[in-house]
Design a protein around this ligand. Structure first.
Ligand code: PHE
Length: 337
């Protein structure tokens, strides 16, 4: 056969080749042991010297060209394969089941706070928040704790280098004043929030913790029966603990002392899984000087206030024995809730 024709034919075929299998078949057809070009080269020995030289050179040249072109073809095919593979990998199978994203949950303190809020809300208490950074006036003076009062020593305070001097509130009670300044009774509020005390930490003390302030004020009726009294307070908190812990919780009031309540109580609870009396909160009837500071006439109003340690409640609820666990962000702890 005419070498020129073979050349045209073979390059034409090579052009159409799309994969390595076809290319291998092509190689065998032209350059294999029984291939077309191989046959020509083998038949040279039967030709005259002149033909040998002429055809031999042409056949060898074609062989070289084809080998080179085949190498190029291999490169091209593998590049195309790569692209195809990439496309394959990128394809989205919309029928595949989804991958679940890891989902977090609320901090145990927040979980308990939500429950506490819900219970008080159902009893008509509004939820109010206040500033973490307070003035000396709201944290102390307005709460009947003047500068020289020894009760100030009971709160180890973080003072800020501001002018005038401010502090991180040591309790949520300042919101009693702030709220009463802006609102008229009757009122029922709880004030959850962070409070701060400059003290050494141990399993039951943290420099930062959560309190829930409670305040309920109504008219002071002139005849014996008063608007908001100690019995009301006891009923409200017993209902609260009954709903938070278990039905048979009893509250007990012991005399206590806070400058902003008179009389003041320490409140203990017992019942259900709490076999012994546990001190749980401070409370009292709002002191006349507190009403005065807020602009109320103390003769007209009466109310109770309480301060509840949220961390303490969460610890009791979940049986946690170290308050510091709440603030470490250790997932081995947090994941348990
Ligand atoms: N503020 C008090 C404390 O932090 C608690 C308290 C609040 C007591 C309201 C009485 C009334 O210890």
């Amino acid at each position: 056969m005419d070498i020129k024709k073979i050349k045209e034919q073979s390059f034409g075929k090579l052009d159409e080749i799309k994969n390595l299998n076809e290319l291998e078949r092509f190689r065998i057809k032209y350059l294999g042991r029984k291939g077309i070009i191989t046959a020509i080269l083998r038949s040279l020995k039967d030709l005259s010297i002149k033909e040998k030289k002429y055809i031999g050179r042409a056949a060898n040249l074609l062989k070289e060209k084809l080998e080179e072109a085949m190498k190029e073809k291999i490169k091209k095919i593998s590049a195309q394969d790569e692209v195809r593979q990439e496309r394959q990998n990128d394809r989205i199978d919309i029928t595949a089941p989804g991958i679940k994203l890891p989902q977090g949950h609320l901090h145990p303190i927040t979980q308990v706070l939500r429950q506490v809020e819900e219970i008080f809300q159902s009893m008509g208490f509004k939820i109010i928040e206040g500033p973490d950074i307070e003035t000396e006036y709201y944290n102390f003076d307005a709460l009947n704790i003047p500068d020289e009062h020894p009760a100030r020593d009971a709160w180890d305070t973080f003072w800020l280098k501001t002018k005038p001097e401010k502090l991180l509130r040591t309790h949520t009670s300042p919101m009693q004043i702030r709220y009463m300044e802006e609102n008229n009774p009757p009122l029922r509020i709880i004030v959850p929030g962070r409070v701060f005390r400059y003290e050494a930490t141990d399993s039951s003390h943290s420099h930062t913790f959560y309190q829930i302030e409670g305040l309920m004020v109504d008219k002071n009726l002139p005849t014996g029966r008063q608007g908001v009294n100690v019995a009301n307070f006891k009923a409200v908190i017993e209902e609260f603990f009954n709903r938070l812990f278990s039905k048979d919780i009893k509250a007990r009031l012991r005399p206590g002392y806070f400058p902003f309540t008179e009389p003041s109580f320490e409140v203990d609870i017992k019942g259900g899984r709490f076999k012994k009396w546990l001190e749980i909160m401070g409370a009292g009837m709002v002191h006349p000087n507190v009403f005065k500071a807020a602009g109320y006439n103390p003769a007209n109003w009466q109310g109770f206030a309480f301060g509840l340690g949220l961390d303490r409640i969460a610890m009791m609820k979940y049986g946690i024995d170290d308050i510091r666990l709440f603030y470490k962000g250790d997932l081995r702890f947090l994941n348990q809730f």
